[in-house]
Design a protein around this ligand. Structure first.
Ligand code: FES
Length: 117
């Protein structure tokens, strides 16, 4: 098996595609540049992968965020408020501090979704 030198505890995929963040279609914004900047300022880059992606699929539930880790994937939808992205950032900071992904904050319980059927 191939082994990477990168040691990340997880990856956060922020969807910014044809629907998520498509403010020209009156969809809620995705603060992708703010997140990238905070990821850098807060020293997360080497420990928690941040990926701003094109469409990841479930466009009917924008905005979508996917969290991948050794234990699997968690898909979130309707991440429409700036404060939710801020909360995900703070959670990522705490997780990196702990050395592993912590449980997602409770506020995201109703945002979890199952994309596979
Ligand atoms: S644009 Fe985000 S799921 Fe399609």
């Amino acid at each position: 098996m191939l082994e990477t030198k990168r040691r990340v505890i997880g990856q956060m995929i922020i969807c910014q595609g044809c629907c998520c963040g498509a403010t020209q279609k009156e969809r809620p914004a995705v603060p992708a540049n703010w997140l990238k900047e905070e990821w850098r300022k807060r020293g997360l880059l080497k420990r928690f992968q941040l990926t701003v992606s094109g469409c990841v699929g479930p466009c009917d539930i924008p905005n979508v965020v996917v969290v991948n880790s050794q234990t699997g994937s968690q898909w979130l939808g309707h991440i429409t408020e700036f404060n939710q992205y801020r909360s995900l950032l703070e959670w990522a900071v705490r997780s990196v501090g702990a050395g592993h992904l912590l449980e997602l904050p409770r506020e995201f319980k109703d945002h979890l979704m199952e994309p596979w059927r």
